[in-house]
Design a protein. Structure first.
Length: 222
């Protein structure tokens, strides 16, 4: 472990690993600005902006969108201030996006100094994904066991009835696992070879609080 907590961090984890809730908690506790390409894409669809109209139903299929579109998305949305500590959640997701990240590092003047893998078995991940819910209005995410809303199936923020994400249907869930194994696992393997000193892993097959505690320790934040 380097002698300091990471300044700019990339988190990997298969769909259903709990990575996004973990990222949210780390962001709040330690002041990271979250960079979430999935959320940016859903926001584009909600707003119907120039990127959103090109996506149509693409997000619910489980396929990744093109690297070119991710580049364009980040060009529109990535605006770190000099003081920002960045936490990338869901990017880079393909080997092609490794160079997209490098490009932003160079143009915006930051350097990722930690790659964290939230390692979860495929079986656990699939089981967890069937419990996910999202607010169709504000995009807040919940998990019926790990992070339930205060009122049954209702958003804490705006009282709207929660929904299952379209990409959490069981055949899509299995397909997303396959996409992760084929396209994102090679990205982790790449960083393990290219920058082993920056790579960390936590066992995500544990209760949420235990994963969080391990993560804080592994990252040298606590
Ligand atoms: P997420 O919320 O991160 O699970 O992302 C939801 C969906 O958005 C994914 O299934 C992909 O279709 C798309 N997506 C999000 N981030 C990326 C990315 N970095 N590269 C390609 N597609 C992405």
């Amino acid at each position: 472990m380097p002698g300091h907590a990471p300044l700019h961090l990339v988190m990997f984890g298969r769909p259903g690993s709990g990575k996004s809730s973990l990222a949210e908690r780390l962001g709040k506790e330690f002041g990271y600005q979250l960079v979430r390409t999935g959320e940016m894409l859903r926001e584009s669809v909600r707003k119907g902006d120039s990127i959103g109209v090109r996506l149509a139903d693409q997000l619910s299929t489980g396929n990744l969108v093109s690297d070119e579109l991710i580049l364009e998305l980040l060009e529109h949305n990535l605006r770190p201030s000099k003081e920002s500590k960045l936490l990338f959640d869901g990017f880079p997701r393909t080997l092609g996006q490794v160079s997209v990240l490098e490009r932003f590092e160079n143009s915006l003047g930051f350097k990722v100094d930690c790659f964290l893998d939230v390692a979860v078995s495929r079986e656990d991940a699939v089981a967890r994904m069937t419990c996910r819910r999202v607010c169709p209005s504000c995009g807040a995410t919940y998990h019926l066991i790990a992070k339930p809303p205060k009122v049954d199936e209702t958003c804490d923020v705006d009282g709207v009835k929660l929904e299952r994400r379209k990409d959490d249907a069981i055949d899509v869930v299995n397909y997303r696992q396959k996409v992760y194994d084929q396209q994102t696992q090679p990205v982790i393997d790449h960083y393990r070879v290219a920058t082993p000193a920056l790579c960390r892993a936590v066992n995500g097959n544990q209760a949420v609080d235990a994963v969080y505690r391990d993560t804080v320790r592994v990252l040298g934040l606590g």
